[in-house]
Design a protein around this ligand. Sequence first.
Ligand code: ATP
Ligand code: ZN
Length: 226
Amino acid sequence: GGATRDRLRIAIQKSGRLSEPARGLLASCGLSWRESRDKLFCYGETLPVDLLLVRDDDIPGLLADGVCDYGIVGRNVLDEVGADRALKGLPQVSKAVRGLGFGGCRLDIAIPESAEWTGPAQLQGSRIATSYPGLLQQWLDANGVEATIVNLSGSVEIAPRLGQADVICDLVSSGATLTANQLKPAVTLMTSEAVLAGPVTPLSDVRGDLASLLLRRLDGVLRLRD
Ligand code: ATP
Ligand code: ZN
């Protein structure tokens, strides 16, 4: 936890799939901002709620360090950090407090189009390329499978063609990327959407009141969108 502040700070993705929907959702909650010249920081005008515009992968760390109080991030990113902390025996610091209904996708294991899927046991001894080593390891453990995780930060879907891995574990929405790489989905490890991530222990200073207010408004907006 960071120092006491009298303004709430929310981290959102600077540019990418979640940026516009995240800002739109917060604007629907009655927030408006003045942007800094470097467009990294948005100063809240209607309420003391500021935005930090960052890479989505940085959001869990900013929450853990207390630099930000809340964040809008894919459940996949939040749970990967959670899985990594759990595997290391570290306590959880953030949790998903609301599902936001956009940014939907799945974390799937995908296999070559020509292969047949018979179940987790067929992955025994295989090499699996992924950017989600923590979630994959948890799933392998739960299924009693020993495999080699090839940790890649990007271009996971081409790893089988390059001979780096036998199969992949990656985010899928339409499946077009898989098809383009002669892969097909075999099994889903998790379904994901954008979530509002926040502290495991509620904020106690004025930020707690701001968070309650924001959550009440958010619930109203989400109900209308259903
Ligand atoms: P950044 O520059 O912030 O690191 P990024 O390339 O990691 O950006 P995006 O591709 O914009 O991030 O994806 C952000 C989130 O959108 C993902 O973490 C995931 O929750 C969600 N998402 C929805 N559909 C997909 C998809 N088909 N592929 C990847 N992410 C998806
Ligand atoms: Zn990212």
